[in-house]
Write a protein that binds this ligand. Structure first.
Ligand code: NAP
Ligand code: COA
Length: 267
């Protein structure tokens, strides 16, 4: 269900890192349904192809690139080709991320680095590489964070550190790019149903029930809940919104650090 009018984003171009599954794909599908041309960028060619075909089958316009956000040249190439095909980029979504539950002593330095490099360095790379292609004034950058940026969470040291960095990076770029008319914001989801992230963090019925008990609104969010905030932030209704962190989490971010039943990895 969309409260937004048909054709809202006609003529606009959106670039997504991590737009090929889960929350990213849901946002890309919604923007495409509202008329935006969408570029989807992620590592696995088969996921890229399936996502592009899915959007095209619904009458949307999409193109895809297989690449890794840890590789700056991959992003440069995909952004350049998007610009050549469709002109300046109106919306940049930084969504690519990695997660696995593990205590700090249960992950190697390389395991910690893998998540920091995808989440934080990958977001920097996408923003840095996209800047020359963003429409000025008028572009909007949206990064997807997580409650772990604001609330410490056991077995999530890599994600807590990486996403906290994403939120502060976003605020810093809002300051640097505001004078050019580029808005930079974050959406911070809580637990979102039917996603890879939740299948990793709440892999059992007990973990899922525990997760829901910790949400003040007493339900998991949906991918649509996040897409609704994304559409708002892209729209003219958010023309004066920059440097903001939009928690879309059922109030989960108000709750302190917790250990979820059934979500602990084997020791
Ligand atoms: P997901 O379906 O696994 O989405 C991750 C996306 O990133 C996929 O498209 C994946 O595609 C891509 N990706 C991963 N590593 C990449 C890399 N190195 N380079 C380029 N692309 C890469 O997971 P999700 O649960 O929907 O999560 C989406 C976002 O929401 C993430 O930023 C996550 O931190 C955030 N979030 C999720 C939840 C939740 O409840 N699920 C809660 C809070 C925040 P490939 O495998 O093809 O690379
Ligand atoms: N516990 C501890 N360490 C783990 C782990 C786990 N469950 N899973 C991976 N690692 C470690 C690996 O052992 C490796 O460290 P090592 O070289 O010292 O052995 C390091 O993490 C990198 O693993 P690798 O598989 O080479 O990384 P990758 O770049 O191919 O994948 C991940 C990145 C690990 C984040 C992978 O889970 C991924 O691709 N995730 C994307 C999807 C996702 O997480 N979606 C949810 C988003 S919220």
């Amino acid at each position: 269900m969309s409260i937004f009018r048909d054709g809202l984003f006609a003529g606009k171009t959106a670039f997504f890192t991590g737009g090929t599954s889960g929350i990213g794909l849901a946002i890309a599908e919604r923007l495409a349904a509202l008329g935006a041309r969408t570029t989807l960028f992620s590592r696995k060619q088969e996921k890229v192809d399936a996502a592009v075909q899915g959007i095209a089958a619904r009458g949307g316009e999409a193109r895809g690139f297989a690449g890794d956000v840890r590789n700056y040249a991959d992003l440069e190439a995909a952004l350049k080709q998007t610009r050549e095909a469709w002109g300046e980029i109106d919306f940049l979504f930084c969504i690519a991320a990695g997660n696995f539950p593990a205590p700090a002593t249960g992950m190697s330095a390389n395991g910690f680095k893998a998540v920091i490099d995808i989440d934080l360095l990958g977001t920097f790379n996408a923003c840095r590489a996209a800047h020359e292609h963003l429409r000025k004034p008028g572009a909007s950058v949206i990064s997807i964070s997580a409650n772990q940026a604001q609330v410490a969470c056991p077995y999530q040291s890599h994600v807590c550190a990486g996403k906290a960095g994403v939120e502060m990076l976003s605020k810093t770029l809002a300051l640097e790019w505001g004078p050019q008319g580029i808005r930079v914001n974050c959406i911070t989801p809580g637990p979102i149903d039917e996603t890879e992230g939740m299948s990793r963090l709440a892999p059992s019925d007990a973990a899922r029930a525990s997760m829901i008990r910790a949400v003040p609104l007493r339900r998991m969010g949906s991918k649509d809940d996040i897409a609704n905030v994304a559409v708002f932030l892209c729209s003219d209704a958010a023309a004066y919104v920059t440097g903001s962190i939009y928690n879309c989490d059922g109030g989960t971010g108000l709750i302190g650090a917790r250990l979820l039943e059934g979500s602990a990895p084997p020791s």
